[in-house]
Ligand binder design. Structure first.
Ligand code: F6P
Length: 338
């Protein structure tokens, strides 16, 4: 069999470990041919590919980013909007001309939706969930998330000393798109006093009361972690809006830090390397059994699979019954609700 691998959407640590997991399993265990497709679905549109062999897959397990490059190309966007676009048919034709028996799509929500549509078009597709946001439906965790939480937690740890020295409030904005997984996990791991999640909403007066209450109880500094997807008046940048609102209401010096893309940079954590390796290996096993139209997923510590049709178009969001929210609330962490 000949399989093609692509990575699509935002990059994150662990993609290369997945490429290695798929490629080495395919070549060494199943005797398959493997090609890498550059820049996500753009590479399929342009037949921009490279042949993988064992040597070209060495030394990439610990590398951040993706050696194949990525893009946010959504080949069905125009077709879904206006009913006509040649791109899906160009992709199918190139898939056939490249002699592929299967396409492995490493990506987040958008990628898995494209994978499901390509599967409906008759391509043999297997999806591997990827994103620091941890918001892909159908899998308990995605690789990239653990590394991002490690990076964000280390940054939050560093802010305690400067906040304490200046008796300031430090506002940290983390990534996560519409999901608050990074804010919740890094906020709790970093000992934040206030954590604002897109899913829960918040009342800024409650936030300010909590910070003043801390000051009155002899806690002169606070750490506030906000997800980039929280709602703000006129869609202001969350860190900017929250920082100004707190300082104006409490009179306490408040400063902001936006972590941004460093949460997606650098080498994957050991946890993410092993998660990505396992998912890559199981994806190849599905291909060997000709089980297409599925996405590999984590159910607890078990690797399983779920039809792409059940994943497409859905988000896995934080719910207020999450144990970290319950336990944090009992310990005095403010999540900003009424
Ligand atoms: O999906 C991962 C992510 O980092 C989100 O957390 C963030 O909102 C988005 O990508 C940024 O997109 P881009 O890389 O296109 O700026």
């Amino acid at each position: 069999m000949k399989i093609g691998i692509l990575s699509s959407g935002g990059d994150c640590p662990g993609i290369n470990a997945t490429i290695r997991g798929v490629g080495k399993t395919a070549i060494m265990h199943y005797g398959m041919e493997v090609i890498g497709i550059h820049s996500g679905f753009v590479g399929l549109l342009n037949k921009d590919v490279q042949v993988f062999d064992e040597r070209s897959l060495s030394g990439i397990l610990n590398l951040g980013g993706t050696i194949l490059g990525t893009s946010r190309e959504k080949p069905f966007r125009k077709l879904l909007a206006s009913g006509e676009s040649e791109k899906p048919h160009v992709i199918k034709q190139n898939y056939e001309e490249l002699g592929l028996d299967c396409l492995v799509c490493i990506g987040g929500n958008g990628t898995q939706k494209t994978a499901a549509l390509l599967s409906n078009l008759g391509l043999n597709v297997v999806g591997v969930p990827k994103t620091i946001d941890n918001d892909v439906w159908g899998t308990d965790i995605t690789f990239g998330f653990d590394t991002a939480v490690n990076i964000a937690t280390e940054a939050i740890d560093r802010l305690h000393s400067t906040a304490s020295s200046h008796k300031r409030v430090m506002v940290v904005e983390v990534m996560g798109h519409h999901a608050g997984w990074i804010a919740l996990y890094a906020g709790m791991a970093g000992g934040a006093d206030v954590i604002l999640l897109p899913e829960l909403g918040y009342n800024i007066e409650k936030v300010n009361e909590a910070i003043l209450d801390r000051a009155h109880r002899g806690k002169p500094y606070s750490i506030v972690v906000v997800g980039e997807g929280i709602s703000t008046p006129n869609k202001k940048r969350p860190a900017d809006y929250i920082t100004k609102a707190i300082e104006e209401a409490t009179g306490i010096e408040t400063r902001e830090t936006v972590l941004g893309y460093i949460q997606r940079g650098g080498n994957p954590s050991p946890f993410d390397r092993n998660l990505a390796t396992r998912l890559g290996g199981h994806a190849t096993e599905l291909i060997s059994k000709r089980e297409f139209g599925k996405m590999v997923c984590m159910q607890g510590d078990k690797v399983s699979s779920i039809p792409l049709s059940e994943v497409a178009g859905k988000l896995k969001l934080v719910t207020r019954d999450n144990d970290l929210i319950i336990q944090g609330g009992r310990m005095g962490v403010t999540f900003g609700q009424e």
